[in-house]
Structure formats: structure tokens, C-alpha cells
Write a protein that binds this ligand. Structure first.
Ligand SMILES: [Zn+2]
Length: 362
């Protein structure tokens, strides 16, 4: 049975656990310090990389945690548990596994999805020298999902606006508008930023450093928040029938490509995903890239949590007691405390980590 004591309550604790597990596994460690952002206690923040197996191996699997800050508590536990469970001994010659810990360390430390600039890192990997993609649907929604108060009446109003938009434009347009990413409202939701975030550059640098030599490279980007409770969903954006798509299917089965269990009726056309940058940074390699989401709450509850973060950021000072309750609900939505849930994550991640190791060497 998986040991849920590996789950941590702070970034510093999770980082210490990760580094300890990496050292005990004989991993090579590299650290990418954030030049100025700090944690809530003033602590320094890092993207850490642990390489298991020979660093020059031709097959490299990258597993990342914390693209969406707070979701990193779960990804970090999966990474550390896999190492503590002797994962390194299951890596064959010719393969290396690179665990990237806290891809967005500011969000991880501060318990939020976004970076220190309110940027959704997983919408930030666009070409910042070109005009940004437009998202007029988001512009229409923004004022309706930015309430001054966070009481039941305000929340009902927010969801009435979301429902009206969906009724009018359909499920796909709704997902694109709300979740696809927007580059026009820096204080809004799913804001992709107006410059590359530090975490963007650090990720690219780490990928080039640890996988730049690879002939075959794969990434699993770990998240929480989409999918059924106690289960996980693969999000694969490879062209159906393409070699990368077929590799994902061969390694992890049909569920890697059929979006089994997704709680989004129509998945948004996302812009600026981290896994796209992974492939772009490794033109020499045959690449396979997937996102894995551990399901937590219903989509409506996740929307409520996402919208509440904006309210918290803008209005927390005015209502500290309410803010504490809203914040606790936010944390629980992205990082459930239920030991059964935490155990399920460890059991499932062990399986698909191992499947990646077996797949890339096959
Ligand atoms: Zn996420």
C-alpha cells in the first residue's frame, strides 16, 4: 500500500523530500534558482531536476510537477514516492528519467495555479514576438466572472453568465473562451502573459540541458483537476494516427489517446502548452508528450475554485475571514486531503511511470 505520508504541506518540505529521495536513489541533481521571486516565508525558489540513470542515455523520459503551482504538491508526491519505491532500479540501460520538480515554484509555494505575474504557465509557451492569439469570448466573460463580492448571490450570478454564454455559443466555444487562454486581461483567468515567464525559460533550459542529446524523448506533465475522483485522465494532443500518437497508445493503452474520463465535454483548443515547448526544444529527437490529470472535483466546482482565486487576489484584504474559507476551498479543489485519493494517485502514477520507462526502451 502506498504511503501517503510522502505528501507535504509546504513547498520547502516537498522540495526537501524530493532532494532526499533523489540522493538516496543515486540521482544527479541540478538546480535552477529563481532570480527574485520568494516563497511566503521569504524562502528561495527553484526548479530542481533529478536525473536517474545515465545522463547521456539516448532515451530520456521527463516527468514534470507543478506547471500549475499548487497542483505540484501531488506531482511532487508521485515523483518522490516513485524514487522511494526503488524506481531507479527499474530503469534499463539506455534510458534516463529526468524528474523536474516545481516547474512553477512560486505558484507551488504560494498555493496557486499561476506564476508570480498571475500567468498560467501552461498558456505562456506562445511566440511572444508575434501578436497574441485573440480570445474575444474571454473578453465578453471577464466582467461577468469578476465579482466584487464572494457571496452566494454573486456566485450564482457568475454561473448564470457562464451558462448563458454556453447556451448561446455552444460547449466548444465556451471552453475555448474560458479555458483556452487569453492574453488581454492580466488580472483575469487563464492569462497567458505578455512575456515569457522565468519558469518558461527555466523549463526550456532544463529540457535542453538534460534531454538535448536524446534520440527518443518523452514528457509526462502532471496536473490535477480534470477527471473523475480517484482516477486520472491522459490528455494527448498528437495528431490521431501520427507516430507520436501511436507511441502514446502503445505505451499506455487506449486511454492515453481517447480522453477517457475527461470532465470537460469539449476540451478547449489550448494555446501555449508546456508540452509543445518540450517538442520544439528537441528537434533532434522523436518526442512523445502527454498531460496526465488526476481528477479531483466536478468541472463546476473547479470553475468556482478558479474564479475564487481572482476574487481572493483582488479582495482578500477586505474580508480576511471569508478569504480564509475561500482559500481552504481552493486548496482542497486542487490538492485533496483525502488519504484515499492520495493513495490512488501514488498507485496509479507508479504504473504509468513504469509504462513510460518500458515503452521508450521498446
Ligand atoms: Zn493543471
Amino acid at each position: 500500500m502506498a504511503d501517503v505520508s510522502i505528501y507535504c504541506a509546504s513547498y520547502s518540505e516537498a522540495r526537501r523530500r524530493f532532494i532526499d529521495a533523489a540522493r538516496a536513489s543515486g540521482a544527479q541533481l541540478a538546480h535552477y534558482p529563481h532570480p527574485h521571486a520568494r516563497g511566503p516565508g521569504g524562502e528561495a525558489l527553484f526548479l530542481d531536476a533529478a536525473t536517474l540513470g545515465r545522463p547521456d542515455a539516448p532515451n530520456v523520459i521527463v516527468i514534470g510537477s507543478g506547471t500549475h503551482g499548487i497542483e505540484g504538491y501531488t506531482g511532487s508526491a508521485a515523483q518522490s514516492a516513485w524514487m522511494a519505491d526503488g524506481g531507479a532500479r527499474r530503469i534499463p540501460a539506455g534510458t534516463a528519467l529526468v524528474l523536474l520538480h516545481a516547474l512553477n515554484p512560486w505558484g507551488f509555494a504560494h498555493g496557486q495555479r499561476v506564476t508570480e505575474e498571475n500567468v498560467d504557465l501552461n498558456r505562456n509557451f506562445v511566440d511572444h514576438t508575434k501578436p497574441y492569439p485573440e480570445n474575444p469570448g474571454y473578453g465578453e466573460l471577464h466582467p461577468r466572472i469578476s465579482p466584487e463580492g464572494w457571496d452566494e448571490a454573486s456566485i450564482v450570478g457568475v454561473f448564470a453568465a457562464l451558462d448563458a454564454f454556453r447556451d448561446r455559443y455552444g460547449e466548444q466555444a465556451f471552453s475555448d473562451a474560458l479555458n483556452g487562454g487569453q492574453y488581454s486581461h492580466p488580472d483575469g483567468l487563464f492569462f497567458g502573459g505578455q512575456r515569457a515567464q522565468w519558469a518558461n525559460s527555466a523549463f526550456r533550459n532544463a529540457v535542453r540541458t538534460h534531454a538535448g542529446h536524446a534520440r527518443r524523448a518523452a514528457i509526462i506533465d502532471l496536473h490535477t483537476g480534470i477527471g473523475p475522483y480517484l482516477d486520472h485522465v491522459f490528455l494527448c494532443f498528437h495528431e490521431p494516427g501520427s507516430p507520436a500518437y501511436e507511441r502514446a497508445r502503445a505505451w499506455w493503452g487506449e486511454r492515453a489517446v481517447n480522453r477517457q474520463g475527461s470532465t470537460h465535454k469539449a476540451l478547449a483548443h489550448y494555446r501555449g502548452l508546456l508540452i509543445d515547448a518540450f517538442r520544439a526544444e528537441l528537434p533532434q529527437a522523436e518526442t512523445t508528450a502527454v498531460v496526465v490529470e488526476f481528477g479531483t472535483r466536478t468541472r463546476v466546482e473547479m470553475q468556482r475554485a478558479g474564479i475564487s482565486l481572482r476574487w481572493l487576489r483582488c479582495h482578500e484584504q477586505r474580508a480576511p475571514e471569508l478569504a480564509r474559507a475561500v482559500r481552504a476551498e481552493y486548496v482542497e479543489a486542487f490538492y485533496p486531503s483525502d488519504p484515499r485519493w492520495r493513495e490512488a494517485v501514488l498507485a496509479q502514477s507508479r504504473v504509468f511511470f513504469d509504462q513510460a520507462v518500458a515503452g521508450i526502451g521498446s
